[in-house]
Design a binder for this molecule. Structure first.
Ligand SMILES: Cc1ncc(COP(=O)(O)O)c(C=O)c1O
Length: 370
């Protein structure tokens, strides 16, 4: 049996009529860039996230650096984040010309270890960028306290965690801006690149809107900016899919529970869900010292497992490419995570047969190899 890692095509088939209808509607409208479909989706997204503003942009990466730029972060500034994340988190810091300062991750949640943040703060520190890795929120209330004490901005990298929640707090509650990604494989994904900044700050909303559109807020009137708009075709498809995101995330949580039950008692380290948190399992990541062996076994058995992320940012070849960053940060937990992580297939359209097959193969490997 073959088990894929992504369910994009199945999702399209399940929603074919609605998606095709949304595409047709935009095509027939003749309005494809910053048109009414984008405006409608931005309103729907803001309402869904319980935030004042949502600005659609080209990608999650652009959402991160546009938010930083809108908050005035640039050359000479330091931004604290983690190294066990998708590369774009740090890349966005370098794009605005700031220094990326890596703090180690927590051994259990794999999110930023909040107890280590204060030691990394210097007079140049301007912001903290917590990443909600794998779909579980970082400890935002603790981050908020540190940020307030030191006068720092907070930008949430929420590329993997739309519709997640903390213990009594929601995404965006403790930050100046939140970056979302809608690239195809995200929990809310469109067939292409897309992202958004959500915020409660009117000044951030206004500035990101200006920056994403050639520095323009009125036709033919420009100041320096960029072209990073979310186009109406993607906005139309995302608008359809947004209605299903909670049900899809519930299904991801259900599949995670099944994996947890089936893999309990094996030698694998299973995902840690913080009590009271709503983890939305963008990825179901296990850890093992013999990760490469397990990966090869699963791949040979027809199961498409992957690693997120097998090379921490500071371990990438050529790091830091002349950009500002500590050349040899001490990040033992992030390095351990990179060396041991393995993601099992996780998407709402997985069938019971597929879930059973993945779990059985992992157990089979564990019995023979652990
Ligand atoms: C944690 C994280 N940050 C940032 C990004 C960048 O998003 P995008 O690919 O839409 O630019 C991604 C996803 O790709 C991600 O997983």
């Amino acid at each position: 049996m073959q088990v894929g890692f992504y369910g994009h095509v199945r999702q399209y088939h399940n929603l074919k009529q609605e998606i095709d209808g949304a595409i047709r509607e935009v095509l027939e409208s003749g309005s494809y860039v910053t048109g009414p479909t984008l405006a409608r989706f931005e309103g729907e997204l803001a309402a869904f996230c319980e935030m004042q503003y949502a600005v659609g942009v080209n990608s999650g990466t652009d959402a991160l650096w546009l938010a930083m730029m809108a908050l005035g972060i640039g050359p000479g500034d330091e931004v604290i984040t983690v190294a066990n994340t998708f590369f774009a988190t740090a890349e966005a810091i370098w794009i605005v010309g700031a220094k990326a300062v890596f703090v180690d991750s927590d051994a259990k949640t794999k999110n930023i270890d909040v107890s280590r943040i204060e030691a990394a703060i210097t007079p140049r520190t301007k912001a903290i960028v917590p990443v909600h890795l794998y779909g579980q929120l970082a400890e935002m209330s603790a981050i908020d306290k540190i940020a307030k004490k030191h006068g720092l901005a907070v930008i949430e990298d929420c590329a993997q965690a739309i519709d997640a929640a903390g213990d009594g707090f929601r995404v965006g509650q403790f930050s100046d801006a939140v970056a979302l990604s809608f690239i195809a494989h995200k929990n809310l994904g469109t067939p292409g690149d897309a992202g958004a900044v959500i915020t409660d700050r009117a000044d951030v909303d206004k500035e990101v809107k200006r920056l994403r559109n050639h520095g323009s807020t009125a036709r033919s009137v420009h100041s320096f900016g960029f072209n990073s708009r979310l186009d109406d075709l993607h906005a139309g498809m995302l608008s359809v899919k947004l209605k299903y995101i909670t049900a899809w995330n519930d299904r991801r949580r259900e599949i995670a529970q099944q994996y947890n039950q089936r893999l309990a008692g094996t030698s694998l380290e299973l995902p840690y869900e913080k009590p009271g948190y709503r983890h939305v399992y963008h990825l179901y990541v296990v850890e093992h010292d013999k990760r490469d062996d397990l990966l090869e076994f699963l791949n040979k058995a027809g199961i498409d497992a992957k690693c997120h992320y097998p090379i921490a940012i500071h371990q990438q070849e050529g790091y830091p490419w002349g950009k500002e960053a500590d050349p040899r940060p001490s990040l033992p937990n992030s390095e351990r995570n990179a060396a041991r992580c393995l993601s099992l297939p996780m998407f709402p359209e997985l069938t019971q047969e597929e879930i059973d097959c993945v779990a059985a193969k992992v157990v089979e490997w564990d019995k023979a190899n652990a």
